[in-house]
Design a protein around this ligand. Structure first.
Ligand code: F6P
Length: 498
């Protein structure tokens, strides 16, 4: 297995082996990184879901091995993955469809998701959804407690599983628990709209280490724990610790990343060059620039305002008409939820309106592709996109921004990035976007489009250095180091210095 460099110079693998000898990674996340479905004629067909979390963690699991616990409606599955060359196990809990709906579409995605993105009017907290949420979290905890040994690392993910640390301790699990919150943690005034906020905070504080994407989220969590539970906040040289009911929990801002080496490898591959030529011809790019958006069709991503901003730019700079096109990849997402169906319809309408208004024979300003593309296809698109547009209203991080940068092995292209996406904290050399107003978006896009070659190269070179400084391995190294210092009871017994 290839070990890669972390921020400390040691590889994540060495760190893990040195700090937690004999440990396996027991990951738990709502979604499994692979799904086995039935094909048209009943033959098994493998699917890979869209979304940053699975894309980021799968390469790590492939390198480290271990077990990934996930959930789905219907029957349970046990899979050895990746299918072509199995390296780790996936255990999918089968949940009664009604319970799953109330937990996933209900509490997690109609409650916590909009609330954590500060979109308070979209958030609904139904008591029956809360019951289902706890029920599924308990099932996760029971399965993890069966699988994990005390010397393993239990690594939990995201807002779907906030109660799992508490339930695991209740079941007597005493090994190290890390929990990473992939989305923003909201300010306390917003969190107060959540009826069960104290129970969620208490559940999370049973973990030894809690990771967030940004300092803002760390501060907001610490402040909520203090104001809502009376936890003591201890600011120490290596970060913040919270003391609550005799238990200490470390907090850290550790932005997640991508397998940058893998993206670069794909970007340089001969087959990608062929694909680039095909895509160019298909899109008719001989004489026009390409703007690219890649998002799940989610209302937090700011897609309608982005397309409106593109249209404003066409109106303001008529010379661009016929010379630029916007390709939006919209990955279908959470379609059981009416807000998501409305958003997808609004994006479709926007694309049609703009095409009707500005299109002319031989030039379609906006193309919308509503499906999930494979990473190798995306990388080819990243290579030909003059501008990647990430204009989320709020975003925990946004890995598309990092993937685009990693794919630009030619130091070309330009990234327009929302200042409210977590990734902006690391990628300050992007062209900034203010995501709410189409006027401002038009300005931001035009600025990137008209920037000198020199400025674009300078920015991209700096962005590439930022992505290289923090890859998915660096991230895991930081998680493991943070967890290790959060569980001092291990010290001197079986851990070796690295
Ligand atoms: O980052 C938030 C998140 O829910 C992740 O857990 C997941 O990668 C992504 O969004 C996709 O969401 P879903 O699993 O609901 O399709």
């Amino acid at each position: 297995m290839a070990a890669r460099a972390s921020s400390t110079g040691a590889s994540a693998e060495n760190l893990m082996r040195g700090l937690f000898p004999g440990a396996r990674l027991i990951v738990a996340a709502n979604r499994a990184p692979y799904r086995q479905a039935a094909g048209l004629h009943g033959e098994p067909r493998w699917e890979r879901p869209a979304g940053g979390l699975t894309a980021a963690l799968d390469p790590l699991m492939q390198r480290f091995g271990g077990v990934w616990v996930a959930a789905q409606p219907g029957s349970a599955q046990e899979l050895s993955v990746p299918p072509e060359e199995p390296r780790y196990q996936v255990e999918v809990l089968g949940i009664h469809p009604e319970v799953y709906r109330a937990y996933y579409s209900g509490y997690a995605n109609s409650g916590l998701w909009p609330l954590c993105h500060n979109l308070v009017e979209r958030a609904h907290f139904r008591p029956s959804d809360w019951i289902a949420y706890r029920q599924v979290n308990r099932l996760f905890a029971e399965r993890i407690a069966e699988v994990a040994r005390p010397e393993d690392i239990v690594f939990l993910h995201d807002y779907q599983l906030a109660m799992v640390p508490g339930y695991l301790r209740g079941l007597g699990y005493s090994g190290p628990i890390a929990h990473f919150w992939h989305i923003p943690w909201p300010p306390t005034v917003v969190l107060r709209l959540l009826p069960e906020r104290r129970l969620l905070l208490q559940g999370l504080l049973e973990a030894d280490w809690l990771g967030f994407q940004t300092e803002d989220s760390v501060d907001a969590f610490a402040s909520a724990a203090r104001k809502e539970l009376g936890a003591r906040v201890l600011r120490e040289a290596d970060g913040i610790r919270l003391l609550y009911q005799g238990r200490m929990t470390s907090l850290a801002a550790v932005p997640i990343s991508i397998d940058a080496a893998r993206v670069e490898e794909i970007a340089r591959a001969a087959v990608t060059k062929e694909r680039i030529e095909k895509f160019r011809a298909h899109l008719g790019l001989e004489d026009s620039a390409l703007l690219l958006g890649v998002d799940r069709l989610d209302y937090t991503k700011g897609i309608p305002a982005r397309l409106d901003g593109f249209a404003r730019m066409l109106a303001r700079y008529p010379s661009l008409q016929g010379k630029v096109q916007f390709l939006q990849i919209g990955v279908p997402s959470r379609r059981e939820i009416p807000d998501y169906r409305r958003l997808a319809a609004a994006v479709r309408r926007r694309a049609q309106d703009i095409n009707r208004r500005y299109g002319k024979p031989g030039w379609r300003p906006v193309r919308l592709i509503e499906r999930n593309l494979r990473l190798d296809q995306l990388v080819a698109l990243y290579r030909i996109a003059d501008i990647a547009v990430v204009s989320s209203l709020y975003d925990g991080l946004n890995l598309v921004a990092k993937e685009y940068v990693a794919a630009r092995v030619d130091n070309g292209g330009a990234l327009c990035l929302s200042e409210t996406a977590g990734a902006y904290q690391e990628l300050r050399d992007a062209f900034p976007l203010s995501p709410l107003s189409p006027e401002r978006i038009a300005e931001g896009l035009a600025r990137a489009l008209f920037a000198s070659e020199e400025e674009r190269t300078r920015r991209m070179t700096a962005l590439r250095a930022a992505v290289a400084r923090n890859t998915i391995d660096t991230w895991l190294g930081r998680v493991v180091q943070g967890l290790r210092s959060a569980v001092p009871q291990l010290s001197g017994e079986n851990a070796t210095p690295v």
